[in-house]
Design a protein. Structure first.
Lengths: 164, 332
């Protein structure tokens, strides 16, 4: 056992972990943040994508102790006082979700991309999402949503009212 | 050398269990406390949009806002069976059951309204937005809310059932009408074949799908994109390597699914030709949207390179081998 400190979705945590615990297990099993999904468990599918110190990472490939002192954003951290993030809102409006299992990872990858490159082309969005496998949607509506989110972010409509 | 080619694939597909197999869907509609209406139906939502479609069909048949409808599904203790979410059958088959149940529900409410309003007959009664009124004298009116209070000890719940019509094929002659209805589609693609590497790249695609009536065009287009991507993977990447019944490549690093970079923007065209036996003309498209893409890609590869591939997936190794064999046979 060891103790680590980290920030997740703007909240400080001090937790005891096993040294062989993966970050995804810390998030899901220990902290109950089950929005992050485990798909393949070997870094191929992207369902477990989170943002760690500004970079998108597969949380199944990061050990929990490696997150000591880090700042993490998961899908639960996107909503702000009951209001959806512009990316989440765009996903709903564009009908980008089918079964939904890959969607938290896709949305986090989209956020990681737009945080760094606020105005990507459609091809750059494809590249930014290419680490996230989706079996249902064919990705195109997720790309439409990313483009819509870019417009929302430009318009500064972060403070829209959540009508859902 | 990079060579371009165009290919077309077309298909027709019978939906439902077919071939005379009993294909039954049931739905139940109940007047809820406060005047909302509950639709209890076993249409399982797997992301295809069954819940959305059933609510839309219900709202149309009940002539009321979808927000006043409560859909309860996927709980066998609360509802009758509606068969599997398979065989492209929920929108057509279970959609029909929902529509019939809603129509039966309206008839039942009309009978009750006749009594409550002191009328001679149910003729001319109209159901609209949670009220029942007499069309020629709208002051004669009762709300679902009032009815739900009056009948709170005698729950109003009605069933609708739909059984698809199919005829088993004759074992000897193969004659019969195994499916009803059929859906139709066509897909055209432009590909580029790299004859030095065997790699096939999709450049452009158009895809037209007959849906009878698009209950929800956004969901239809989502299914079309999804079907295209699945078939693209099936045609070019996905190789299920079985050995003694065990999959040898059961990892996403070895079994390749298309990523967002393999997928392209598809020009999706919805064809609406309402089917007379369908709920508001709507037919299912879940499986059909995966069918014509592979043939279109294979035809485009042939158009580009002169090589016909007869088994999938068309991996670069397989295509290179076929290209070499074709060159050798030309040399002879």
């Amino acid at each position: 056992m060891m103790e680590i400190q980290l920030i997740i979705n703007d909240i400080n945590y001090k937790v005891d972990i096993d040294v062989n615990m993966r970050l995804i297990d810390l998030l899901r099993d220990k902290l109950g943040l089950t929005g992050t999904k485990e798909g393949c468990g070997e870094g191929e599918c992207g369902a477990c994508t989170i943002i760690m110190d500004g970079e998108s990472v597969n949380s199944c490939l990061v050990m929990a102790f490696q997150a000591n002192g880090s700042n993490i954003i998961t899908i639960e951290g996107l909503e702000n006082n009951g209001e959806l993030d512009p990316i989440q809102r765009a996903y709903m409006e564009e009908g980008s979700v089918q079964c939904g299992f890959c969607i938290p990872g896709l949305i986090i990858s989209t956020k990681a991309l737009l945080d760094k490159h606020p105005n990507p082309t459609r091809e750059e969005i494809r590249e930014g999402m290419s680490g996230n496998l989706c079996r249902c949607t064919g990705y195109n509506k997720a790309i439409d949503a990313a483009q819509k989110a870019i417009e929302y972010l430009k318009e500064g409509q972060n403070d829209f009212k959540n009508s859902w | 050398m990079k060579k371009r080619g165009v290919g077309l694939g077309v298909s027709f597909y019978g939906t439902g269990y077919g071939n005379g197999f009993p294909d039954v869907s049931n739905a139940e509609v109940q007047l809820l406390e406060g005047g909302k209406v509950g639709i209890f139906v076993g249409a399982t939502e797997v992301g295809q949009g069954a819940k959305t479609a059933m609510i839309q069909i219900g709202a149309e048949a009940l002539n009321m806002d979808h927000k006043d409808i409560v859909l309860v599904s996927e709980d066998t203790s609360q509802m009758m069976d509606s068969g599997t979410a398979a065989a492209t059958r929920q929108t057509y088959n279970t959609g029909n059951a929902v529509k019939i149940a809603c129509e039966n529900f309206n008839k039942r409410l009309f009978d009750l309204a006749k009594v409550e309003l002191g009328l001679n007959s149910t003729a001319g009664l109209v159901a609209q937005d949670g009220d029942i009124y007499l069309g020629i004298f709208p002051q004669k009116r009762i709300s679902y809310k009032d009815l739900s209070e009056k009948y709170k000890d005698d729950i109003i719940r009605v069933v609708g059932s739909f059984t698809a019509q199919t005829v088993k094929m004759d074992d000897e002659t193969g004659q019969g009408a195994p499916y009803w209805p059929y859906t139709f589609n066509a897909c055209m693609v432009l590909v580029e074949v790299d004859t030095n590497t065997g790699r096939v790249e999709l450049l452009k695609a158009a895809f037209a799908q007959d849906v009878g009536r698009a209950v929800n065009p956004s969901l239809v287009k989502g299914q079309m994109d999804g079907g295209f991507a699945m078939s693209l993977g099936y045609t070019l990447f996905e190789d299920l390597a079985l050995e003694n019944g065990v999959m040898k490549n059961r990892k996403f690093s070895k079994y390749l699914l298309p990523t967002s970079m393999d997928m392209i923007d598809v020009e999706n065209i919805i064809i609406e030709d309402p089917e007379s036996t369908a709920p508001y003309g709507a037919k299912g498209i879940g499986e059909p949207v995966t069918i014509p893409i592979g043939p279109a890609i294979l035809n485009a590869i042939y158009d580009a390179s002169g090589v016909r591939i007869f088994n999938l997936p068309v991996t670069p190794e397989k295509l290179m081998k076929a290209l070499r064999e074709s060159e050798e046979s030309e040399a002879i």
